[in-house]
Design a protein around this ligand. Sequence first.
Ligand code: ATP
Length: 375
Amino acid sequence: MGRLQLHNLTKVFSSGDNRIVAVDDLDVTVEDGEFLVLVGPSGCGKSTTLRCIAGLERVSTGQITLDGRDITDKKPKERDMAMVFQNYALYPHMTVRENIGYGLKITSDLSSDEIGSRVEDTARLLEIEDLLDKEPSDLSGGQQQRVALGRAIIREPEVFLMDEPLSNLDAKLRTTMRTEIQQLQQDMDITTIYVTHDQTEAMTMGDRIAVLDGGELQQIDEPLDCYHRPNNRFVAGFIGSPSMNFLSVRRDGDQLTHDAFEYTLSETTLDDLRDTDVNLTLGIRPEHIELAGGDHRNAIPTTIEVVEPMGEVTYGYFEIGETTYTVSVEGERRLEAGQDVHVVFPERKIHLFDGDTGDAVKNSELDEPAETVRV
Ligand code: ATP
């Protein structure tokens, strides 16, 4: 079992008068067998959180428990966790076989025959049997990362901790390894905490995502909930690529006023708003913007400045006021630079955030839940 809990975890780094709160009062429960992704921009405290969990960093205040046992002050090797780093950290003068088996050799009473057979099993699982007698310098980045995974897997820990394990790999290999790690994690059913700054990895790999900013937890939810129902403007802007578009507006009665347009709200949306919701940010995802005729309610005239065909979709960039925004249309539709259009932000799909705190006031409405695809 591996139910990991962080209770008000705080980590402060101090040197002289300088005080950095790297992790701020984090309360997170990772269920047994769950794959949790910690995601956020550089410096938001992801690695420090992981290092506290691994026991490589002393926590300032708070508690870490594994299946209810307090492990806050336990040494790393007493925690039954295995960590995989970005830089592989393989021993350069050992073969792959020795690298994978080394951890067991120094931490267990297993005989060398038993260790040898577990190394072979692990190598088979990772499809690197033919590399066992090579040294790390003979391996590609992807192969080295597989060996690093092997070293973690062979220990059969209660928890895997992974710190940006794919960021040294090229884009194609990253995609392949992403799927492999997910598959392995599902097969082994081991609680996993995976750190990344890449929102695509977070969206595609995690059972749930914990989004951090400035050491503070912004949201912990299933990926699609973070995408469609962000708690605040930070999560809305961080999750999703290209990012959500944001426009500062003021509300006067049923009108949202921007320097360049006015937008009339319906009763349904007004019901969600408080009288104090005056200074707002309107958010709209690129794929939710419609290009329509000028007679459409709330249509805003503009010009497509730049077109980026991606194949499956095409991105168009247009300006409202001085700011550039993005629309995404199906790849089969033609969009041309210089084309005059009217953009419409369908009311069901807009988000409204408090202009001061950034908290979500209204999120987009989801269509009827899609039926699960059956084959
Ligand atoms: P990245 O993606 O760039 O690795 P991160 O989200 O993992 O970033 P951390 O490495 O956890 O962020 O750092 C969080 C904050 O703590 C940063 O402001 C960082 O400068 C600071 N920090 C981290 N380690 C130390 C340290 N040993 N001493 C002082 N400050 C530190």
